[in-house]
Design a protein around this ligand. Structure first.
Ligand code: ATP
Ligand code: MG
Ligand code: MG
Length: 549
């Protein structure tokens, strides 16, 4: 990959390969918890893990970190698989932390036998009090010195379902005075009678994240376990578990800064709240920063991968401007999107000197710089539609489009002149009567300059469509910093235009194709709501960055 920029993780891996640290092997994994849909922050982690594997002839697994059955579901698992595949990545193996429940249990028994774990009857509240603070050491539980035999017996009975939820936990026996609070005898198993979407009711005890994660990595032979910075001070626990169990391999945990993107949020919990409280239409609402929302809006996997490469990987938290993501899709679609004409807010124009019933058809290139993208036929007739905005009765000086008595070029067609403005009883312009200059088809008129070029459709041939114009979901740049992130919501993030008119060639949009509607933006058929008899398009992004202008 020639665009690959150096980053500190690429350096670490290169050095490990040079010293033959893992016998020349690179094995990574992407470990989502199936408790929501993936968002653009996850895309950063996905691209990082899969790309590092690809670059080094390594492997990357997809592993569901499914140890919290209350919040997890099959629906979420399926959406995650779909999203990772759509981004263009193939996992070497698909695993679940729940695949390892039996092994994890056996390792816990081993810890108990070694005197490195104990069953504690302290309540959650008691443990919170005993944990201490940054400046105060924690307090040892009176169960800490329970005998190994008693611990083994109790742990086995925890599994057998003899105790109530919360009555006992299994804790790692580390150091209640450690300056790192994560090392103050963390809980590694809890009793919880919850149905698990994969293991059903087989278990009533579930392992905790920190204990599960390092062992899952180890069992899969992961070499580089890449995670976000908030796990930095969990690393000693990651290493402690593997060291105590003297495992055959010991993956290296490496932390990087999570993506923070302005004007949105990347937290599954808050995204779920947007969905359940109906601030959006669902996880795949095109305004959502989820992979499924971005896909439905018309983003391409290429643009998202490009974004993840451009923002880079560091150890410093920083905010990325939304414009960076928008530019990635704009640049990608500028290259690949066929052009077409669509009129968002139609104004009727009658061509007075055009023969009734006559139609002309023009061949217009689908892309101005790419003849290989072909061309299409665009019909022209006596009545056409233009944008209301492209006509002004009392224009400012620099207005280059149509004005009373003025001329404008219709893209790919003739120059027309506005001879008459027709208004309704309340003074709204409802129709223009124009004349066309037959000598101007594809030619400049003699002796005068016509600066403006506008798009149009033939009324008789055009097809109706609904266009959904999206704006940023939040009007506050950092909604996460508000007391209530919902206060940052942009009340005008969706405008629905239901009387749009598209050129005839769009009657059957090409599959998986985003279009540039000339002068208005990039659009993608909405695959949820669009019907052959009622087309719906989503605006992926505007043509230029006009935010705040
Ligand atoms: P959330 O806070 O949205 O629930 P999470 O970290 O709890 O995120 P996981 O399902 O555990 O969600 O994430 C899977 C992987 O994606 C983890 O390795 C996590 O570090 C990474 N990840 C999550 N959010 C981001 C982000 N904003 N930027 C980069 N990586 C992220
Ligand atoms: Mg997590
Ligand atoms: Mg989470």
């Amino acid at each position: 990959n020639s665009t690959a920029a150096p980053n500190f993780i690429r350096h670490i891996i290169a050095a490990d390969l040079a010293s033959n640290k893992n016998n020349g092997k690179v094995a990574t994994r992407f470990p989502p918890e199936p408790n929501g849909y993936l968002h653009i922050g996850h895309a950063k982690s996905i691209c990082l893990n899969f790309t590092l594997a690809l670059e080094n002839n390594g492997t990357c697994n997809l592993r569901f970190d499914d140890t919290n059955p209350e919040k997890e579901s099959i629906e979420y698992m399926e959406s995650i698989e779909r999203d990772v595949a759509w981004l263009g990545f193939k996992w070497a193996g698909k695993f679940h932390a729940s695949d390892y429940f039996e092994q994890l249990y056996d390792y816990a028994v081993q810890l108990i036998k070694q005197g490195d774990a104990y069953v504690d009857s302290s309540s959650a509240e008691q443990m919170r009090q005993d944990r201490g603070t940054l400046t105060q050491p924690g307090k040892e539980s009176r169960d800490r010195n329970r005998s190994i035999d008693e611990n083994l017996d109790l742990f086995q009975r925890m599994r057998a379902g003899e105790f109530a939820d919360g009555q006992y936990v299994l804790r790692a026996k580390i150091d209640m005075a450690s300056p790192n609070i994560n090392m103050r005898d963390p809980v590694i198993y809890r009793i919880r009678r919850v149905h698990h979407h994969r293991t059903g009711d087989a278990w009533c005890i579930y392992p905790m994240y920190d204990y599960t994660h390092c062992l899952s990595d180890m069992l899969e032979g992961i070499t580089h376990s890449i995670c976000t910075l908030e796990f930095e001070d969990h690393r000693p626990l990651y290493d402690w578990v593997l060291d105590k169990l003297n495992t055959p391999c010991h993956p290296q945990q490496i932390e990087f800064a999570r993506l923070q993107l302005e004007y949105t949020i990347v937290s599954k919990r808050k995204l779920l709240q947007l969905v359940t409280e109906k601030h959006v239409s669902g996880w795949d609402d095109p305004r959502m920063p989820t992979i499924s929302g971005l896909r439905r809006a018309g983003f391409t996997p290429e643009a998202i991968r490009d974004f993840c490469e451009r923002i880079g990987v560091t150890k410093n938290d920083s905010w990325i401007e939304m414009g960076v993501l928008e530019n990635c899709i704009r640049e990608d679609l500028n290259e690949r999107a066929p052009r077409a004409m669509a009129v968002l807010r139609p104004l009727k124009v009658t061509i007075s000197n055009w023969e009734d019933g006559k139609t002309e058809t023009y061949r217009i290139a689908n892309h101005p710089q790419k003849p290989e993208m072909g061309s299409r036929e665009v019909p022209f007739g006596k009545v056409i539609l233009i944008e209301q905005d492209d006509f002004m009765e009392n224009p400012p000086k620099d207005f280059k489009r149509l004005v009373p008595g003025g001329e404008v070029r219709l893209r790919g067609s003739y120059v027309i002149k506005c001879d008459e403005v027709i208004k309704d009883s309340s003074g709204n312009v409802v129709e223009l009567v124009c004349s066309y200059d037959p000598a101007t088809l594809g030619k400049n008129p003699e002796g005068r300059k016509v600066k403006g070029v506008i798009h149009w459709v033939s009324e008789a041939h055009s097809i109706p469509a609904e266009l959904r114009l999206y704006d940023r979901l939040f009007s506050h740049p950092n909604p996460d910093t508000l007391d209530n992130f919902l206060d940052g919501i942009n009340p005008n993030s969706l405008e629905i235009l239901s009387d749009c008119r598209l050129e005839a060639s769009l009657a059957n949009p090409l599959p998986d194709t985003r279009y540039q509607f000339e002068r208005t933006g990039y659009f993608y058929p909405d695959y949820v709501d669009s019907q052959p008899e009622k087309l719906v398009f989503n605006r992926t992004v505007t043509l230029r960055d006009s935010w705040g202008k």
